[in-house]
Design a protein around this ligand. Structure first.
Ligand SMILES: NC(=O)c1ccc[n+]([C@@H]2O[C@H](COP(=O)([O-])OP(=O)(O)OC[C@H]3O[C@@H](n4cnc5c(N)ncnc54)[C@H](O)[C@@H]3O)[C@@H](O)[C@H]2O)c1
Length: 275
């Protein structure tokens, strides 16, 4: 199966493209013969990432790197201008950049502001700036937003990150609905939900996935037309994900306390729960 947005010569823009899952996606796109734009706020990592992607591309001119803070709408507008000037179109927009700060539910305001500015508003900016032009192109295109299981099952400890990722899930679902109800629109939307993936400076553990595995899963799922791209890892199987997601949803329908999976009174019920 193949998706025309992922065909050789077409253009992918990846935010957070200088590291981890974003960089792995850029490499996979380049290896398919696509033209690639890496956008990232980390201007130290960007040149090395650009070189690594260019080595896999059909030619170095097929790769562009742009310092972009996705939290700043003007930066994203500049990025769009540069990509259209260089390549004339965008086939794949991967809104993937994220900031990681620990924020409690009633503390750490700065962490909340940064997390929402990058992880949520960064995606809003990507959609507002690029999607109308992608629709206008009238060619098959795809938007991939990177979410997280933390935005679905809400584990304790990082309330700000979980809340932003829950918003990314909601936003991407609405996006898909709006795109499919827009006359003549040939843009599809997809929510990438990675599992535990070794990125950044983290030491690789055998149970984690490598970013390349996530990128491969993302590409094969987009080609199949899947909206939800839920990745397992070496520790969490698809069955475990299913149990966790359904349990979390049933907190509401069963009138349990929220996050009951981590509540001592519900430990046994969770363990014996068979979805
Ligand atoms: N690694 C995991 O286990 C995991 C699990 C679930 C979801 N995710 C999600 O995957 C995506 C990629 O993360 P990763 O794990 O590859 O991390 P990473 O740190 O390797 O990559 C994130 C990139 O985003 C960039 N970035 C940060 N702020 C930015 C900004 N304001 N503008 C532009 N770029 C910015 C960083 O410089 C970095 O290059 C994120 O959305 C993350 O939330 C990761």
């Amino acid at each position: 199966m193949s998706h025309p947005a992922l065909a050789p010569g077409r253009v992918a823009v990846v935010t957070g493209g200088a590291s981890g899952i974003g960089l792995a996606a850029c490499k996979r796109f380049a290896r398919r013969g696509m033209r690639v734009c890496l956008a990232d706020v980390d201007d130290e990592a960007l040149p090395g990432a650009e070189r690594a992607v260019a080595e896999l591309a059909r030619s170095p001119g097929d790769v562009l790197a742009r310092r972009t803070d996705v939290g700043q709408r003007e930066d994203v507008e500049c990025l769009k201008r540069d990509v259209y000037d260089a390549f004339g179109e965008v086939a794949v927009l991967m809104n993937n950049a994220a900031a990681f700060r620990f924020g409690g539910a009633f503390r750490d305001q700065e962490a909340w502001e940064t997390t929402f500015a990058v992880n949520l508003m960064g995606i809003v900016h990507g959609l507002q700036v690029f999607v109308p032009a992608m629709i206008e192109q009238a060619t098959p295109c795809a938007v991939v937003n990177t979410g997280s299981k933390q935005g679905i099952t809400n584990p304790p400890g990082v309330a700000n990150y979980n809340a932003a990722k829950a918003a990314v899930k909601s936003l991407t679902e609405s996006l898909q609905h709006e795109l499919r109800n827009t006359d003549g629109c040939r843009v599809s939307a997809h929510l990438l939900v990675p599992g535990w993936t070794t990125t950044g400076r983290r030491e690789h553990r055998p149970e984690a996935w490598l970013p390349e595995q996530v990128a491969d899963r993302m590409i094969e799922s987009v080609e199949r037309g899947d909206f939800y791209i839920l990745c397992p890892d070496g520790e969490t199987t698809p069955e475990m994900d299913r149990k966790r997601i359904l349990w979390a949803a049933r907190d509401l329908t069963e009138n349990r306390p929220p996050l009951s999976r981590w509540h001592p009174d519900y430990k046994q019920a969770y363990e014996s729960f068979e979805p």
